[in-house]
Design a protein around this ligand. Structure first.
Ligand code: ADP
Ligand code: ZN
Length: 528
């Protein structure tokens, strides 16, 4: 007879309290645990620190049998095993770096059922001996941690992970959970296909960082806006990061900030390795130090008390912005993020994508990400909600911790322009991007308009009252409120959602941000 580990059959909430010492599940943990307890498989998508481990640890302990956790990193495995043992859980690790005598001991413990949670490297798991052994055992679940290693799209591809696909066929009745922090849609689909999870649900959550107050402003006087922001962000303690679009700008920015009396440094990829190390060291240690940097500054910032992050230029995607502002407030205390943008940088970013040597497919994806970023910058509704939607997570209606929620912008009734645009989308067959739709609305006979006879449509030329720029603003805001989707995976065409119907039927008014639409060309005074 095998000894019964004492957590089997216990309720998940009890194990959460008793073993892990947490008062409650967080975010989607409860839903995920319930799904796996009932025997379901699925993919869990949460950022680092989002609380993925509990999602498999709790059901592994509560369900009968051995829980098997596949992990690519020996150090990570050893950490988790040590932590679990400290909490009184019979955990063990099996990997190629284990000395023979210890491996023998683990196998002996496994054989007599004295292990509840086994951490194992993929190559070790896939040995015939291991699989045969597991086939004869009762198994609580398989958890595949760092599941993005199965995908060749990312930079973390591990050939051994490919073999894990056989778990689906060899252990059809054992729940399989894949876990990753990578939210990139292509990688996500690849993981699901490779691991036989295409029919299983994807759980996304935990992306919110509620202690970071986020705000965005059109660039008017860059220095004045940054000065005011730094003051509001609690001048004097912790550190701050100013992200700049170019290397030269990091140096200029650090210089004027020093002129203002800040301990400001600059950082970019073109610096000597020694200078980079020095900048990193000074940033890590200095109080109230400000780093003016390009996005090259990021890896290895583990300072918990970064109080603010400002972007003087528009980031290339919501994913990069999220990652960059996420460097603030890791200590959980209030932090702030400011995003400045101008029509100039939006146009420049679009142009850069157009001119880049990337393939058409890649360009479309980059373009769609950029447009999503623009719609966050121009949002008339909660910015956090729009940002979270980019990760497939539903945020609250009003987060209360962004500038839009705190101080709603001036709006006007934009129902008529919204209807005109939506109807142009429908009449052209939902197959076109914003540029062509604007041409149709403004009544321009371009080659493409002629080719598709779009000058024959009733919507042709009905939008002459607004400028090209204003129409793009309407489009972005319709994307922002979710009435239109940008087909990221496709050609970047605008596609109406269910939310478009009541607008078209006149059942729902659309409030648009006055400033983004009525100003023909947004004013912009760059720099000083
Ligand atoms: P991930 O694997 O997603 O990076 P972890 O599982 O390591 O994240 O969890 C991150 C931190 O959050 C850990 O310190 C963990 O103890 C804590 N945590 C996770 N879930 C909860 C919860 N329900 N209540 C309190 N703390 C939690
Ligand atoms: Zn908000």
């Amino acid at each position: 007879d095998q000894p019964r580990p004492d957590t089997e059959g216990e309720a998940p909430e009890e194990v959460l309290h008793r073993v892990f010492g947490h008062p409650a599940f967080r975010g989607r943990q409860e839903e995920i645990v319930r799904h796996v307890m009932a025997g379901g498989s699925g993919l869990v998508l949460m950022p680092t620190g989002g609380g993925k481990s509990l999602c498999f640890q709790v059901p592994a302990l509560c369900r009968p049998g051995l829980g098997v956790v596949v992990s690519p990193l020996i150090a990570l495995m050893e950490d988790q095993v040590a932590a679990m043992r400290q909490q009184g859980v019979a955990a063990a690790a099996l990997h190629s770096d284990l000395p023979d005598d210890q491996a023998r001991e683990v196998k002996r413990d496994l054989a007599r059922g004295a292990v509840k949670l086994l951490y194992v490297s993929p190559e070790r798991l896939l040995l015939d001996g291991t699989l045969d052994f597991l086939e004869r055992r009762s198994l609580a679940l398989f958890a595949i941690d760092e599941a993005h290693c199965v995908s060749q799209w990312g930079h973390h591809f591990r050939p051994e992970y490919r073999g894990l696909g056989l778990l689906a066929t060899r252990f059809p009745s054992v729940p399989r959970m894949a876990l990753t922090a990578t939210a990139d849609p292509r990688t996500v689909e690849d993981i699901r296909a490779q691991l036989g999870l295409a029919e299983s649900p994807v759980f996304r959550g935990g992306f919110d960082r509620p202690n970071i107050f986020i705000s965005s402003e059109p660039r008017e006087s860059e220095r004045g806006q940054l000065r005011a922001f730094i003051k509001a962000a609690g001048d004097g303690t912790g550190a701050g990061i100013v992200y700049c679009g170019t290397r030269a700008k990091t140096e200029q920015t650090a210089e004027w900030l020093r002129g203002d009396g800040y301990d400001a440094l600059s950082f970019h990829a073109g610096m000597e390795p020694g200078a980079k190390r020095d900048a990193h060291r000074r940033f890590a240690r200095g109080d109230a130090v400000v780093m003016a940097a390009t996005i090259a500054f990021g890896m290895g910032i583990d300072r918990p008390d970064v109080r603010w992050v400002a972007h003087l230029d528009l980031p290339k995607s919501p994913e990069s912005w999220y990652q960059e502002i996420g460097r603030a407030g890791r200590d959980g205390l209030p932090a702030r993020a400011l995003l400045l943008y101008g029509a100039g940088d939006i146009a420049l970013a679009r142009h850069r994508i157009l001119e880049s040597p990337a393939g058409e497919e890649q360009k479309r994806i980059e373009r769609a990400r950029l447009e999503a970023m623009v719609s966050i910058a121009e949002a008339a509704t909660c910015r956090r909600r729009i940002l979270l939607r980019c990760f497939g997570e539903d945020g609250p209606e009003n987060c209360g911790a962004c500038d839009v929620c705190r101080n709603p912008p001036k709006l006007f009734d934009g129902t008529v322009p919204a209807q005109k645009l939506l109807s142009a989308v429908l009449r052209t067959g939902r197959r076109f991007g914003v540029a062509h739709l604007v041409d149709v609305l403004r009544g321009k006979v371009t080659d493409k308009v002629a080719q598709f006879s779009h000058d024959q449509l009733p919507t042709f030329g009905v939008g002459k009252d607004l400028s090209d720029q204003a129409w793009r603003g309407v489009a972005r805001q319709l994307v922002a409120i979710g009435a239109l989707d940008v087909a990221i995976e496709n050609h970047g065409e605008l596609v109406p959602t269910d939310a478009a119907r009541p607008i078209l039927k006149g059942e729902q008014k659309v409030m648009l941000r006055a400033e983004a639409v009525t100003a023909g060309a947004p004013r912009e005074r760059n720099g000083r």
